[in-house]
Structure formats: structure tokens, C-alpha cells
Ligand binder design. Structure first.
Ligand code: HPA
Length: 263
């Protein structure tokens, strides 16, 4: 049986995973650019860690090289990605400091390369996103929450904006009316590219603030980072437990598009 190699993509405020042992830095060359990540082990399983915005948080959401990141993880034979994402919340029942295992997204990005299959190789691929986030990995997260006694909200709709600017209250009002729960700038195209590459993908969204217009408190990048960092030890425990809960054998349909993948 092929091993399930796991990767953690750390979003804002998450720049390392101290529970991963024997780590070394690896540089992976892809058709889309070079990617730096850490390779290590957790309880006998190979685990990679990649900081989405770079180790010093220098890459804004619209400039993240999402294709290079996913292609690099594919090169390392990763088949399951768990990621973190700081978000604004549009719902009182998903308040700041809660944790949401998202199950849907709405895409409001504008300028990002969003597919590996842009037609240049003569291959037409339409990723099926009826279940955008891997149901099996989502369940692993939810089981991990029970194990470490952390409350997780099962399901939420992530609205992905282009950024780097924040939203207007009118935009937030519209997103809410259209069924959005949380707003962030990074889940798309990451989740889509993972599906195109045949990799299972799930996200834990970390509401750090009420979205624009829901609260009048100004939103700053520094406050978002602080809000994530203050809960980092607990989040690390949850992610470690989630890694243990990821099944050794894949039992979902996320690998369907693997047949199109060319290295
Ligand atoms: N909007 C968009 N992205 C975010 C927010 C927000 O309010 N908070 C954290 N990431």
C-alpha cells in the first residue's frame, strides 16, 4: 500500500510545526518556480510543512505561488494536505477564536492563475467540486477535535476575495446574503489545485475578527496575526491529533484527476 504523505500548509500566524521531528529544509524545483518547505516525521509518518506566505510572512495572498506550492507537494508524493486559514467572520455563531472545518467556498478572486490545465498542453480538465474539501480529511479533523477536547464547527462557507485590501461593509452584506459565512483571501485556488493534482485537502478556518461592517473595530494585519498566534499551542495539538487520524488508506474520490497529472 502506498504511504499517505501528509503536508501542513500554515497560513497567517503559523510559520512552523514544532511537533514534527527530524526536520530538514528542502527546496523543490517545479515548472512554476522553486518552493522551500520543511520535511520531517510525526509518529512514523512523513510530514511536510510549508508556510503559505513564506517563513517571514512576506508574500501577500494574491501573490502566493499556489501552483508551485501544490506542484512541489505533489513532487514529494503528498496525498493529504491540511491547511490553516485566518478569516473574518460574518456569523455570530462562528465568533473570533472559534474553529471551523469549512465545507464550501465562493470564489471572488480575480487575477490568480487558478488551474494547472490552462489549455497549453491540449488537455481539457474540469475539476468536480461538488465536495470541494475532502470529506475524509474533514472527518479526521472532527475526530481530532473530539480527541483533544476542542470544539470544532462542522461546515462553513468560505468566501475568497482577491485582497490584499479588506472588504467594504456592502461587500460583506452581499456575501452574507449569498450564503457566505467566513471571508479570507487564500483558500482559492489552493483547494482547487489540490483537487486537480489528486491530493486530499481540508482547511481549518480560524476566525480572527468580525468582518467589515459587522463590527466597527478596524481590522489590521497585526491584530489578525496576534489572534492566531495566541492560540497556536492549542492549534498545534489539534493538527498533531488530526495527522494521527488521517486514514492510512484513502477512501474518497479526491485522486480521480491523478490520471491527467504530468510531472
Ligand atoms: N477579511 C479577509 N481576510 C481576512 C479577514 C477579513 O476580515 N480576517 C482575516 N483574514
Amino acid at each position: 500500500m502506498e504511504a499517505v504523505n501528509i503536508a501542513v500548509i500554515g497560513g497567517s500566524g503559523i510559520y512552523d510545526q514544532s511537533f514534527i521531528s527530524a526536520t530538514r529544509e528542502v527546496e523543490v524545483e517545479t515548472a512554476y518556480g522553486r518552493v522551500l518547505m520543511h520535511s520531517g516525521e510525526y509518529r512514523g509518518r512523513r510530514v511536510y510543512f510549508l508556510a503559505r506566505h513564506g517563513g517571514k510572512h512576506s508574500v501577500p495572498p494574491h501573490m502566493v505561488n499556489y501552483r508551485a506550492n501544490i506542484a512541489a507537494l505533489k513532487k514529494m508524493s503528498v496525498s493529504a494536505i491540511i491547511s490553516t486559514a485566518a478569516v473574518g467572520t460574518m456569523r455570530g455563531d462562528m465568533p473570533p477564536d472559534s474553529r471551523v472545518i469549512v465545507d464550501q467556498f465562493i470564489d471572488f478572486t480575480k487575477s490568480r492563475p487558478s488551474t494547472f490545465y490552462d489549455g497549453s498542453e491540449g488537455t481539457v480538465v474540469h475539476a468536480d467540486l461538488s465536495e470541494p474539501y475532502c470529506p475524509s480529511l474533514r472527518k479526521a479533523f472532527l475526530r481530532a477535535g473530539v480527541k483533544v477536547s476542542q470544539e470544532l464547527i462542522d461546515g462553513g462557507c468560505y468566501v475568497c476575495t482577491e485582497g490584499p485590501r479588506l472588504e467594504t461593509p456592502a461587500e460583506i452584506e452581499m456575501f452574507r446574503k449569498w450564503g457566505g459565512d467566513l471571508v479570507g483571501m487564500t483558500s482559492v485556488p489552493e483547494v482547487v489545485l489540490a483537487r486537480e493534482a489528486g491530493i486530499c485537502y481540508a482547511t481549518i478556518a480560524l476566525p480572527t475578527n468580525y468582518a467589515a461592517g459587522i463590527s466597527n473595530i478596524p481590522i489590521t494585519h497585526e491584530d489578525v496575526l496576534k489572534a492566531v498566534e495566541k492560540n497556536k499551542a492549542e492549534l498545534d495539538r489539534l493538527i498533531a491529533a488530526c495527522i494521527e487520524e488521517i486514514p492510512l488508506r484513502r477512501d474518497c474520490r479526491c485522486s480521480d484527476l491523478e490520471r491527467y497529472w504530468k510531472d
